[in-house]
Write a protein of this length. Structure first.
Length: 181
């Protein structure tokens, strides 16, 4: 059902939309999560959010080890109780070629539901907390390009321009508004 889905790249406008909460916990939702996990694994990523496959719904998948048993799916995630700050390098499957330092909260709590609609309440610090924050950003249309400092903006200008040109070539009808930076 979702075989044709692929990971979309900046500046696709779907990455900029605020995604809608999931209201129905269907087999379709499960199939979408499965497909997202496959795409994430193929791309050697550790996290993927709905909008990154062009689906503007509030669902994220993560796996930090590559083992099938470590797949985690979060639906309608909400972050709270952020503690501390930490700067680390991050990349994004929708911004190939870009790695940039990003300041995130060190520890954070997440409440969400699973694919059956059952409540989840977890607290993580470090790597997983960082991935949660990165993926939840996607659900609100926020990307690494918004989180990087002015020096990184300048340093990555060429890569961003190449991505814009690639998007324009693949979507000749779309008038891509160039973001001022
Ligand atoms: Zn990302």
């Amino acid at each position: 059902m979702y075989e044709d889905l692929k990971i979309i790249c900046w500046p696709d406008p779907r990455l900029r939309k605020k995604s809608k909460p999931v209201e129905e916990f269907t087999g379709e939702l499960k199939a979408l999560a499965e497909r997202m996990l496959v795409l994430m694994r193929e791309a050697k990523g550790v996290g993927l959010a709905g909008p990154q496959v062009g689906m503007n719904i509030r669902m994220i998948v993560i796996n930090t080890t590559g083992q099938a048993g470590d797949d985690r799916v979060y639906v309608n995630p909400v972050l709270s109780e952020a503690e501390g700050e930490e700067e680390e390098e991050e990349g994004c499957l929708s911004l190939p070629g870009i790695n940039t330092q990003v300041v995130r909260s060190k520890a954070i709590r997440m409440t969400a539901v699973n694919l059956e609609g059952k409540a989840l309440d977890q607290k993580e610090a470090g790597y997983i907390a960082r991935i949660w924050q990165h993926e939840c950003d996607h659900l609100n249309g926020t990307m690494l390009t918004d989180r990087m400092g002015p020096t990184a903006q300048i340093g990555n200008r060429r890569i961003l321009k190449d991505l814009e040109e690639r998007y324009a070539a693949e979507h000749p009808q779309a008038a891509v508004k160039r973001k001022k930076r």
